[in-house]
Design a protein around this ligand. Structure first.
Ligand code: LLP
Length: 443
């Protein structure tokens, strides 16, 4: 399924803030995150810049834990750090005893650097190189989620060569449509991920005979920004049946990794509450005496992040077209709108804009591509050069997906925590963009 065309009016600033408790519009200071006026940060740190609200993040993590506790479950939570790999994010979640799900050697190193214990790390991903497997083995991480028969053989060889045994789970492709955006659907038979369900019994039995590895269970992840319990329910039911089939064959199945994928409200979606996700997991696995694990990314961090940006110019529409607001943030910074037609709330920072009349305006970045467009027509107060805005919910798949296209350096990152703030990474110096380029001696 592709992005659903938008037919409802844009939510107002008030409506957007009503569901984001740590963002408030102060009559004097304008938009504040966790009590910190964002205009002050924009002035001092420069724009565009990324903001992370640490208390927002803690609150999300605690809410998720509580939701599972209410369902009588205490799964291991492995944050899918592809959503947000900042050290401060990993440290904050690590302090709450969350582990991480990594998908590359780079992520594994980052997680270790942030102090995440190896025993709290699982490694997913459809293509892990030998070097990455070796790293995981020498670090003695908790588990590798294997995605193919070929990977299983390679991993067994590497584990034997290094003398480092490892627990593995097999990632199942359950052939379920997650009813989400085409580009973030991962559990259908044609998708590149996981092992066909029908192949699992034989492969699991084979894995149990291979040296260096111990199969301990199954994993499944069907997609991202999922709004309904139905695809989860179907996928988990298939996995539960598979657990029973494997046990009936005499195999040991101790754990199921239920993946991530739970969606959030960006615009006016009605997201699946985490309690409902937990209930779906309990319904499928509650009586099977399993250790359960989950790998959420977006749900934990999206709301903790903002992208601050300044209006460069206002370009008058012609022939009845809406005016266009040109921002200093672009598709190289926040890629989601250009990649998936994603909708992110845009809230002006100034208090006087909060109740100003709105009009439809195009919102674009300065990059030389038509896809560098955040919105073709967004209901916003009339914005002018130097006005500041915040893009909402950019804490997942925001900074991590940035590039330096058009020689635009990576942005500064700022952490906010209950009234305090600090720059946690300065903007990339411009000359870092070419500092490592060399000229061949024959030029
Ligand atoms: N586990 C695995 C194996 C995954 O591939 C993913 C995400 C997750 C967990 C976390 O899923 P989440 O809870 O965040 O939905 N760039 C896209 C999203 C790509 C998701 C990739 N896999 C976006 O901006 O929407």
């Amino acid at each position: 399924m592709d992005a659903t065309p938008i037919t409802t009016p844009d939510p107002t600033t008030q409506a957007l803030l009503a569901t984001r408790p740590t963002l408030k519009m102060d009559a004097h200071d304008g938009l504040c995150l966790e009590g910190v006026p964002l205009t002050a940060i924009a002035e001092q740190a420069g724009t565009p810049c990324w903001i992370t609200g640490l208390d927002t993040l803690r609150h999300r993590a605690q809410t998720l834990k509580n939701a599972f506790a209410t369902a009588g479950l205490t799964p291991s939570i492995h944050f899918a750090m592809k959503a947000n790999d900042q050290q401060i994010t990993l440290q904050t979640l690590g302090e709450l005893r969350l582990g991480v799900d990594v998908v590359s050697g780079g992520e594994l190193r980052r997680a270790r650097h942030a102090g995440i214990p190896a025993a709290h790390i699982v490694f997913s991903g459809v293509g892990k190189t030998d070097a990455e497997l070796d790293l995981a083995l020498t670090e003695s991480i908790a588990q590798i989620n294997v995605e193919s028969a070929e990977e299983l053989t390679r991993l067994s060889n590497r584990a034997q060569t290094l003398g480092r045994p490892i627990n593995v789970v097999l990632r199942v492709n359950p052939d379920v449509d997650a009813a989400t955006h085409e580009k973030i659907s991962t559990g259908r038979a044609g998708d590149k991920f996981g092992i066909a369900l029908s192949a699992i019994p034989e492969l699991y039995a084979h894995a149990a005979t291979l040296p260096g590895i111990t199969p301990i269970g199954l994993a499944v992840h069907i997609g991202s920004q999922i709004q309904s319990p139905a695809p989860f329910r179907i996928a988990y039911a298939k996995i539960a049946t598979l657990v029973q089939t494997l046990r009936a064959q005499g195999q040991t199945v101790k754990t199921v990794d239920c993946g991530g994928g739970i969606g959030i409200r960006y615009r006016d979606e009605i997201p699946l509450p985490p309690e409902a996700w937990a209930a779906t997991i309990r319904e499928a696995f509650g009586t099977l005496d399993l250790h359960l694990a989950i790998e959420p990314g977006r749900w934990l961090t999206a709301e903790s992040g903002l992208l601050l940006s300044r209006v460069i110019d206002r370009k008058a529409g012609f022939g009845g077209e809406a005016d266009i607001i040109i921002l200093d943030a672009a598709m190289n910074d926040l890629a989601r709108p250009s990649l998936y037609d994603s909708w992110h709330g845009i809230v002006p920072l100034a208090a006087h804009h909060a109740h100003a009349p709105t009009e439809s305006q195009g919102v674009v970045g300065p990059i030389c591509e038509s896809s560098d467009q955040f919105s073709t027509g967004r209901m916003l107060p009339r914005l002018h050069p130097n006005d500041l805005v915040a893009f909402l919910d950019t804490g997942a798949y925001g900074a991590v997906m940035s590039s330096t296209y058009n020689s635009r350096p990576l942005l500064a990152q700022v952490a906010v925590d209950q009234g305090r703030w600090a720059i946690t990474r300065p903007a990339q110096p411009i000359d870092a963009l070419w500092a490592q380029e060399t000229q061949p001696d024959w030029t």
